[in-house]
Structure formats: C-alpha cells, structure tokens
Ligand binder design. Structure first.
Ligand code: ATP
Length: 316
C-alpha cells in the first residue's frame, strides 16, 4: 500500500505540489490523472525517493520515504517518463546488468530475464543495440528493467507515451495482469487511459488533488447524472420554457440543428434524477413531434472538465 500524506513541493517560486494526499491500495492500479504540469512526475519522484518533498511524507508498504528510502527502492520498480537506458548496450546485456545491480542471485537471473522478455514482448529485439530501437521498444525495455526484480510496487510515469495503438493495448493488459499481485501507480493525461486501466483515479491539477475515486464516483462527485439530447418540433424559447420546470434539472444547453422548425437541447440533471422519464413525460404532455431522444451518461471528458473548472473556481 502507498500512502501519500500532505505532500508539498516547492521549486523556488513554483509550487509543484500543495498538500497532496492519496492512497494506492494493495493489488490494485491507481491512475494519477492530470494535465501537463499538474505535479504527476513530482509526486512519482517523491514516492520513488528520487527527491525529498518540502513537507509531508509518504509510506510505501509501511516504509517511510524519509526514514527508509533504501528499503523502498528495493521493493519498487520505476519507469520514469524517459526510460533509463544505456543506448550503446544490447538489450540482453542491459537487462543482465540491471538484474545484477538489483542483487538477483546469479542462478535466478536467466529465469527472471526470460519472464521479463516474455511479459514485455521484447524477444525479437533481445540482441539488438538499445540506441537503434524504436521508441515503443525502448519503452518496453524500460518496463522490463522496472520489473526484473519482481517488485511489489510498480511506479510508471506515462507508460504508454509514444506507443502505437497495438502496443498501448498490450502494455495496458500487462499492467492489469501485474496488478493481481502488485501495487501499481501510473500517471497519464489521457482520460480514456485512466478509465481503461485504473481501479481508482486520482485527479491532480496545479499540484492539488481535486478528486479521487472510480470513474463513476468521479461523475457523482461533480453531480454528473443522466443527460438527454432532445430534438423536437417548436421554437426554442417555447421548448426551453416548458423544459425549465423539470425537477432536478441542472442544465439546458441549446445545440444547433439542421431540421427546419425544430429545436435541440442537451438536458442534464444531477444524480438520482430520473431524467429520461421526466423528459419523456414533457414530450407526451406537450404532444411534441420528436426527431431525436438520446439518453446517455456524462462522459469522463465532461466530468474531467467540470472537475478542473470547479478546482480553478475554488482556487481563484
Ligand atoms: P507533464 O504531464 O507535463 O509531465 P507533470 O504533471 O508530470 O507534467 P511535473 O513535472 O510534476 O508535472 O511539474 C509540476 C510543476 O513543477 C510544473 O510547473 C513544472 O514546471 C515544475 N517543475 C518540475 N520540476 C521542476 C524543477 N526541477 N525545477 C523547477 N520547476 C520544476
């Protein structure tokens, strides 16, 4: 388990982290999601004991970053934003070198290498010079070096950056498989990635944690409930007036439509409101001719934007 407690990090006048607290549970994946400059890499550098925070602390499997940094380094594997590779070495030489540096007994090195090569899909480039590999393969070799000593905890900084779609699917599956026995934190600025891979998402913006939970819990946190896209015959003022009195209504957003004499609204409500039934009732009550009636849930993008906006409002 990883527990970050009120981490604050100042780089001169820049506040990279401000009292950031979060936890990553055992045998699960926590996605640290945030835009560029949010403080993701800084958080990971603190957890992996590369840098010391200005204040606050973190424990990894009970070890404290200030008291027991060496113990933490022994039990974690880290893939930084730019994979730490020696470009003049061959992949096999490099991984053997890392395995020895990690104090894996000589007799066990071949089986660990075989496992990492298989898991990371690098068999075909095993004898190649690292500097000559594509970005995707370099990333996989970086992941293999992070995994070679079978760490309990895995910290991955944007692990799929620069990979092609097939490689992305492969790495996501590998991360999911590994989470059956490891605690994993990975960072991303891609919403779909966080949703597809994490058990829990921690949203960070301008150094502050602004939300924490599953994708569904985040939606609820911003009051994200049902949404209905509606196109009916009638003038927009008249339709708007009639929709306005729906109980629990949150927003009525007009959208353009090419259908003559018709009006389009995206109608949204807070959680727990049976919006679909209420809009359907309005349609029946006013005997509207309907061109479109599409219910859907708030997307993660809409949730993310709402979270960022509300955190900026609170900060401002
Ligand atoms: P990205 O997605 O772009 O990698 P990030 O979320 O990982 O961003 P950080 O790299 O942690 O963000 O940076 C957080 C803030 O701290 C930024 O404003 C950045 O410019 C600043 N920062 C990071 N490292 C340093 C440093 N060594 N010296 C000064 N400022 C820094």
């Amino acid at each position: 388990m990883i527990v970050a407690n009120e981490l604050t990090m100042h780089y001169g006048a820049t506040i990279a982290l401000s009292k950031a607290s979060f936890t990553a549970d055992n045998r699960s994946i926590m996605g640290l999601l945030g835009p560029n400059g949010a403080g993701k890499t800084t958080s990971m550098n603190i957890i992996t004991t590369q840098i010391v925070p200005t204040s606050g602390t973190t424990t990894v499997e009970g070890f404290d970053i200030h008291q027991n940094p060496l113990e933490i380094r022994n039990i974690l594997g880290y893939l930084p934003e730019t994979a730490p590779l020696y470009s003049e070495m061959q992949v096999d030489e490099f991984l053997q070198f890392v395995a020895r540096g990690r104090n894996i007994p000589e007799g066990k090195i071949p089986s660990r290498l075989e496992w990492a090569v298989q898991a990371c899909g690098i068999k075909e480039i095993y004898k190649r010079i690292i500097g000559e590999l594509s970005r995707g393969y370099k990333q996989r070799v970086g992941l293999a070096q992070a995994l070679i000593h079978d760490p309990k905890v895995l910290i991955l900084d944007e692990p799929t950056a620069g990979l092609d779609p097939v490689q992305i699917i492969g790495i996501r599956k590998l991360i999911r498989d590994l989470s059956r026995e490891k605690t994993i934190i990975f960072s991303t600025h891609i919403l779909q990635e966080a949703q597809a891979t994490s058990d829990k998402i921690v949203v960070i913006n301008e150094g502050r944690i602004i939300a924490d939970g599953t994708a569904d819990q985040l939606r609820q946190q911003v009051g994200g409930g049902a949404v209905v896209r509606l196109i009916v015959e009638g003038g927009s003022e008249d339709v708007e007036r009639k929709l306005r009195d729906i109980e629990g209504l949150k927003e009525l957003r007009p959208e353009p439509t090419a259908i003559p004499k018709a009006t389009c609204f995206v109608v949204s409500a807070g959680p727990g409101v049976d919006l679909v039934e209420k809009v359907a009732h309005k349609v029946k009550e006013h005997n509207w001719m309907v061109w479109e009636f599409t219910p859907y849930s708030q997307t993660l993008e809409e949730t993310f934007i709402a979270l960022i906006k509300s955190s900026l409002r609170k900060a401002g």
